[in-house]
Design a protein around this ligand. Structure first.
Ligand SMILES: Cc1cc2nc3c(=O)[nH]c(=O)nc-3n(C[C@H](O)[C@H](O)[C@H](O)COP(=O)(O)OP(=O)(O)OC[C@H]3O[C@@H](n4cnc5c(N)ncnc54)[C@H](O)[C@@H]3O)c2cc1C
Length: 388
């Protein structure tokens, strides 16, 4: 749902201009320095990027799902590191609070997150609980007015720079699976919380990811999300269901960018006495990229509108995430191919996108996990429910 087209269109135009004029020219610098420079973070904050999905009452823009998807498609037409920098505030790091936080918790944290003064992160995954997140072992033992957390989280985006961690931990050791899990808001500087060294990754230089360790980390019971024990996995799933549509939109921007760059290249480079773009096998690659990008965009925007209308989009969110992330991988592969040897050379930029976007098929549910979700829902709808 677009609430007011007259104000939303200029917002998208100005975002598009900011991406082209400020972010794209700084892509190589971010990759080289392995960080988004502070001055650009400040500019992104001034553009309200940290608060896209946070309600207006807390200083955010309160974008609807359709508006957020359209903004994500624009914002992601540059190096993935930029949107990863804001992405935990506009997404997984704030969404648990927005969905299930108490009024007090929202008031305490959301204004700083929306303004980009503080950075959020979402800590669900553990070394032995990846795709099966319900197997998580980080414990949260009640002790008076506190919970005491012990355990390790891995692969946490923005953990090295985060001020606030939404942590899923098992508060009821007697309840295996989802039921015994609660969500906690843990502030940087809390004794017993430490973060690991940022991983050396395949791509997304400038987006720091690390482990988070809890060693008798004492968290006030007031920081239990929503004040509800045993509700943490539901909160996490609410976050991820929305985020899957958001991430699907974030897969479309890089695909558009890669195709545009590849088309500029094949229009300029000549072989056999003519521009590469004249060869029909090259045109076939362009057509396949364009077709899949448009299909993903239609799917994501339709699902976003359905979510805005209050429909249950659990299966469709998985379809969006699965199709868009796989689509982006296929587009990246074709675009490297169109550039020939230059597609493999760092100076031409395509190889960076190729590496950066590989993550899309792995996090927030691997493609295989989404295939399972889609199949289970389809079978259930057809009257053939399957067990776990
Ligand atoms: C850079 C990066 C950033 C991340 N950011 C975050 C973050 O901010 N917060 C967070 O909580 N997590 C984060 N993650 C974790 C991410 O969500 C997990 O890596 C992902 O869920 C997969 O878990 P795993 O790596 O343990 O793989 P595994 O679960 O071990 O899976 C390995 C392979 O087995 C397949 N597989 C597993 N189970 C099944 C099954 N039942 N059927 C068929 N195939 C199956 C998978 O599809 C995959 O191909 C991040 C990961 C990375 C790499």
């Amino acid at each position: 749902m677009i609430r007011d087209k007259d104000s939303f269109d200029p917002f998208l135009d100005s975002l598009r201009a900011f991406v082209r004029e400020r972010l794209v020219p700084n892509e190589e610098r971010v990759a080289r320095e392995n960080a988004v420079p502070d001055e650009l973070v400040a500019e992104m904050a001034a553009q309200h990027m940290f608060g896209y999905s946070i309600p207006e009452a807390y200083g955010g823009l309160g974008l609807t799902m359709e508006e957020l998807a359209l903004a994500a498609i624009e914002l992601s037409q540059c190096s993935v590191a930029f949107r990863a920098r804001v992405g935990t505030n506009t997404g997984i790091g704030s969404e648990g609070l927005v969905a299930d936080g108490t009024a007090q918790q929202k008031q305490r944290y959301l204004p700083d997150l929306a303004a980009g003064r503080k950075t959020a992160s979402f800590a669900l995954t553990e070394p032995e609980a990846g795709s099966d997140a319900t197997a998580l072992k980080t414990s949260a033992r009640r002790d008076g007015d506190d919970f005491v957390l012990n355990g390790t989280k891995c692969f946490i985006t923005n953990a090295p720079i985060a001020d606030l961690y939404t942590v899923m931990a098992r508060s009821d050791p007697d309840k295996p699976g989802a039921g015994g899990i609660s969500a906690f808001l843990v502030e940087r500087g809390t004794p017993g919380l430490s973060v690991g060294k940022p991983y050396d990754k395949m791509g997304q230089a400038g987006s720091p990811v690390s482990e988070v360790h809890f060693d008798n980390c004492r968290v006030p019971a007031a920081n239990l999300v929503g004040g509800l024990e045993g509700h943490g996995f539901k909160t996490a799933m609410k976050v991820l269901n929305k985020q899957r549509i958001h991430l699907a939109a974030l897969c479309i921007g890089p695909a558009i960018r890669m195709l545009n760059d590849a088309m500029a290249f094949v229009a300029g480079r000549r072989q056999f006495g003519q521009a590469l773009m004249n060869f029909q096998l090259v045109q076939a690659m362009i057509a396949d990229c364009q077709t899949e990008i448009q299909a993903a965009q239609a799917l994501v925007l339709q699902t976003a509108r359905q979510r805005d209308a209050g429909e249950d989009v659990t299966m469709n969110a998985s379809i969006c995430k699965y199709f868009s992330s796989e689509m982006c991988g296929r587009v990246a592969d074709r675009c490297v191919q169109m550039l020939g040897g230059y597609g493999y050379i760092a100076d031409y930029g395509m190889e960076r996108f190729y590496r950066d976007i590989r993550l899309f098929r792995l996090y927030e549910g691997t493609s295989q996990i989404h295939q399972l979700t889609i199949a289970r829902h389809s079978l259930k709808q057809a009257g053939h429910p399957v067990g776990r």
